[in-house]
Design a protein. Structure first.
Length: 400
C-alpha cells in the first residue's frame, strides 16, 4: 500500500474553520531595535514571504544538550576531530510558528538567539532565507521600511492592534484540490506569495503577464503550465515561470488543527480563491506552550513521563516534519495524539482531531530518528532507540 492511501481518513478534518475575526490580529506585529538604537514598530513581513502568526520561521539547530544521554547507545558519529575526539552528527531543522516566538536577538549574519513565549531560549544559525534577509516593517509614523538583517539588534513580537492604519495586503485564502482531497485555508503560493497584493507571473503567447492574486478566481494545472481564471471572467494560459510550472516550490495551505501542508506540483490540481473570513489567530491565542509528555511503548515495556522526541523536540509548539507523496506536512506536536513507526521508512501520525496521516522521508518519522528520552523524576532519563519504538502516545493537547 502506498503512503498516499492512508491520507484518506484526513479528509474530514481539512475544512475546519478558524474563528472569525473582523480585525487585523492575524498579521505579524512587533518592535525592531537597530544596532544604533533606532526603533521601528508595526506590521512585519519576512522578505516577500511570511506575514502571519501561523507562518513558520525556519533555521538550523547546531547544539543539543541531550546528546550526552545517548552517548554510546547506537547513535551515528561524524568521525574524529583533530584532537582525536569523536564528534556527533547533529544538524536538525528548527521550525516554529511566529506566534510561538517572543523575541529574536541577532548575533551576526548567520547566528541568532530565539526566545519562546515560555522564556526558554535557543541558539540557532542560518539554514533558510528567514535568517539574513530583509525584514519589512510598516511603521505608523515612518511608513514602510525594508530593514537589513545585519543592522538589527532585536525583534520583539507583540499583540497586533485590532485595526492597522496601513497594511501590506489581505490574506490569500481558498481551497486547493489535490487528487480526491480538498485543503481549505490560508494559502502561500510557490512558497512565497501570501498577500493579495502579491503577483502571479507567467507568459502567454503574446508576452509576459503579472497579475495580482486579488484579481484571480482560480488556477488550474494544465499541460506545461496553468490555466488562470480572473474574477473578471477572463482566462489566460500561462507558462514559463515557477509560478505556473513544475518548478513551483509548493502551494502551501495552513489547515487549522492539522498544520502547514505544502502541496508539490505533482500533487497539485487546482486552487480556487475567495475572500478570507479572517486574518488568522491572534498572537494572544498562542500561549506559553507545554512540555511534551506521554507514553513511549517499546517491544520490552512502556515508559511514561516527559518526552524528548528525536533528541531535540521537547515542547508542544515544536513541529514534526514528513512527506506523503509530493506533499509535505509540518505539524505542531500539540496537534499530534500518537506516532507509530511502520517499518524503517515511515510512520503513522494520528492527530487529536482523529485523522491519520502516513508520513515518510524525514528524520522525524524514519530510522534516521536519533531516538527518544523519557524523564520520570530521575536525573538520568531512559534513552529509547527509534528501532525499539512501537508507538509514542502524547498527552492531550493544551492551549491553542
Amino acid at each position: 500500500m502506498s503512503a498516499r492511501v492512508s491520507i484518506a481518513v484526513l479528509a474530514f478534518g481539512l475544512t475546519l474553520a478558524t474563528p472569525v475575526f473582523a480585525s487585523d490580529v492575524g498579521y505579524i506585529y512587533g518592535r525592531v531595535e537597530m544596532v544604533e538604537g533606532r526603533v521601528y514598530e508595526g506590521q512585519l513581513r519576512w522578505g516577500t514571504e511570511e506575514s502571519f502568526w501561523d507562518d513558520i520561521f525556519n533555521a538550523t539547530k547546531y547544539e543539543n544538550e541531550n546528546l550526552e544521554y545517548a552517548d554510546g547507545k547506537g547513535r551515528e558519529w561524524s568521525g574524529w576531530d583533530f584532537l582525536g575526539i569523536r564528534q556527533h552528527i547533529f544538524g536538525h531543522l528548527f521550525a516554529v510558528r511566529f506566534g510561538d516566538l517572543k523575541r529574536i536577538r541577532v548575533r551576526d549574519d548567520d547566528r541568532l538567539i530565539v526566545e519562546f513565549r515560555n522564556g526558554e531560549e535557543l541558539r540557532l544559525k542560518g539554514g533558510s532565507n528567514d535568517v539574513g534577509g530583509e525584514i519589512t516593517v510598516v511603521d505608523s509614523k515612518l511608513g514602510q521600511l525594508d530593514l537589513k538583517w545585519n543592522r538589527i539588534r532585536t525583534i520583539e513580537f507583540m499583540d497586533t492592534p485590532a485595526k492597522l492604519a496601513d497594511k501590506l495586503g489581505e490574506p490569500i485564502y481558498g481551497t486547493v484540490k489535490s487528487g480526491r482531497y480538498d485543503f481549505t485555508g490560508r494559502i502561500q503560493w510557490d512558497h512565497d506569495e501570501c498577500l493579495t497584493i502579491d503577483k502571479l507571473d507567467g507568459e502567454t503567447s503574446d508576452g509576459k503577464v503579472s497579475v495580482q492574486f486579488a484579481d484571480i478566481a482560480s488556477i488550474r494545472k494544465d499541460r506545461r503550465g496553468a490555466l488562470v481564471k480572473l474574477k473578471s471572467g477572463s482566462e489566460m494560459y500561462l507558462t514559463g515561470t515557477n509560478d505556473v510550472n513544475r518548478d513551483n516550490r509548493g502551494v502551501v495551505v495552513v489547515v487549522p488543527r492539522v498544520g502547514t501542508v505544502k502541496i508539490g506540483w505533482d500533487d497539485f490540481d487546482e486552487a480556487s480563491f475567495v475572500r478570507a473570513p479572517n486574518t488568522g489567530r491572534s498572537y494572544a491565542e498562542y500561549g506559553r506552550g507545554s512540555e511534551l509528555t506521554g507514553e513511549v511503548v517499546t517491544r520490552n515495556g512502556r515508559y511514561d513521563g516527559r518526552i524528548v522526541f528525536d533528541l531535540d523536540e521537547s515542547w508542544d509548539f515544536e513541529i514534526l516534519h514528513g512527506t506523503n507523496g509530493d506533499t509535505e506536512y509540518l505539524i505542531p506536536f500539540r496537534d499530534i495524539a500518537s506516532i507509530k513507526p511502520v517499518g524503517r521508512r515511515r510512520s503513522e501520525v494520528r492527530l487529536h482531531i482523529g485523522a491519520t496521516i502516513e508520513l515518510e522521508e524525514s528524520q522525524d518519522v524514519t530510522r534516521k530518528n536519533d531516538g527518544l528520552l523519557v524523564f520520570n523524576g530521575d536525573d538520568e532519563p531512559q534513552y529509547i532507540a527509534w528501532q525499539d519504538v512501537t508507538e509514542v502516545r502524547f498527552a492531550a493537547r493544551k492551549g491553542p
